[in-house]
Write a protein that binds this ligand. Structure first.
Ligand code: PLP
Length: 390
């Protein structure tokens, strides 16, 4: 059978994730140190795991409402109120299978064929394929190191056409570690309003900022009504495997998203929802002790990796959020792909080539510091040796 005729063209044409490619090779190599993976090295805190065990023991094994458990949604609303100052009602929160599902639902519920989505580049790998699968047209906004990888007013204005429907605002950013401050967001907010754009704010790294607190675009007057605010439990609470996320926004948009969710996912895992409730409640009641402890450790690693790359001559932008650094490797004369392949096969260190995050990432590599300091130290020694040899 000719399966090329069987499988949908837009899936055939879709490149596989450049992150997974390197991760899969790295996982088969003995003594390989991976700075490639974007997930916390911490295990989910015990109180959260215990709550899940308890949920199973109590037989909390049925579907919840499509929207998610009311208890969890109210707790998420309280958390968002605390962090953004914006009130969301229970009916304005939908619990999803990770932020990933929330992103997919956002694109599918907004897009009619040919409508454009502005996506900062480099950015997280899923926005572009999600847009294409939903029938939309991804339009990259080339953010640059000179502007600290932020979206600027001029960049935005130049990219808007009569077909532009929405913009993805993914800060703190994967892969650059860039953030957008209140002032940065205020600078683009009126352009967004004037052009009646919807914002898809992916704030999955909102708890992981260094030196200053995250500022959400929904906190700007007039933005709440046009923002689909996406967040989740994977990064802040070290809960990647639990597959739990959520979206907050105007009830009209959320109802459209929930229509798709009810036919495709039905509801997020009931056990994960019980655990997620415990995660937020405990942290809120105790002034975020476990999140803070993880943040302190990430920050130590961040400073170490940032200084080390600069010392070894790979100019490195100072990340202010998430858990990635994005050193510039153009001085080596290698492409990102060549650099990462050779580093993997010659020194057994896995990083992700910058172009996995779009063409704009060429000339950079992404290194995650969600790895023990010993691992990071050894990986940096090997990279130093690699640089001396090439
Ligand atoms: N958004 C960004 C920017 C990410 O980096 C990731 C995962 O790496 C996700 C969303 C997916 O998160 P989740 O595990 O909640 O699906």
């Amino acid at each position: 059978m000719n399966y090329n005729k069987v499988i949908a063209k837009n899936v055939i044409n879709m490149p596989p994730s450049g992150i997974r490619k390197f991760f899969d090779v790295a996982s088969t190599r003995k003594d390989c140190i991976s700075l490639g993976i974007g997930e916390p090295d911490f295990v989910t805190p015990w109180n959260i795991r215990e709550r899940a065990i308890y949920a199973i023991e109590r037989g909390e094994t049925h579907y919840t409402s499509n929207w998610g458990s009311p208890k969890l949604r109210l707790q998420i609303a309280a958390y968002l109120q605390l962090r953004t100052g914006v009130s969301y009602a229970e009916k304005e929160i939908l619990v999803t299978t990770g932020a990933s599902e929330a992103l997919d639902l956002a694109f599918r519920s907004l897009l009619n064929g040919g409508e454009e989505i502005l996506i900062p580049a480099p950015s997280y790998v899923s926005y572009m394929p999600n847009t294409i699968l939903a029938g939309g047209v991804p339009v990259p906004l080339q953010v640059v190191e000179e502007n600290k990888f932020k979206i600027t007013r001029d960049l935005l204005k130049a990219a808007i056409t009569k077909n532009t429907k929405a913009i993805v605002i993914p800060y703190p950013n994967n892969p650059t570690g860039a953030i957008m401050t209140k002032e940065d967001l205020l600078d683009i907010a009126d352009v967004i309003k004037e052009n009646d754009l919807i914002v898809i704010a992916d704030e999955i790294y909102s708890e992981l900022t260094y030196g200053r607190k995250h500022f959400s675009i929904v906190s700007i007057p007039g933005m709440r009504e046009r923002t689909i605010l996406i967040n989740g439990f994977s990064k802040a609470f070290a809960m990647t495997g639990w597959r739990l996320g959520y979206v907050a926004g105007p009830v009209e948009i959320l109802s459209a998203m929930c229509k798709i969710h009810q036919y495709t996912m039905l509801c997020a895992s009931t056990i994960s929802q019980a655990a997620g409730y415990e995660a937020i409640k405990y942290e809120m009641e105790n002034d975020f002790p476990q999140v803070t402890e993880m943040l302190i450790q990430y920050d130590r690693r961040r400073k170490f990796i940032y200084n080390s790359f600069n010392e070894m001559g790979l100019k490195c932008f100072e990340a202010e959020g998430a858990f990635y650094v994005f050193p510039n490797i153009t001085s080596t004369g290698l492409s990102s792909e060549e650099f990462c392949s050779r580093l993997l096969f010659e020194k057994n260190v896995a990083c992700v080539p910058g172009d996995a995050f779009g063409e704009a990432g060429e000339g950079y590599i992404r290194c995650s510091y969600a790895s023990s300091i010993e691992n990071i130290e050894e990986a940096l020694n090997r990279i130093r040796e690699f640089l001396q040899e090439i």
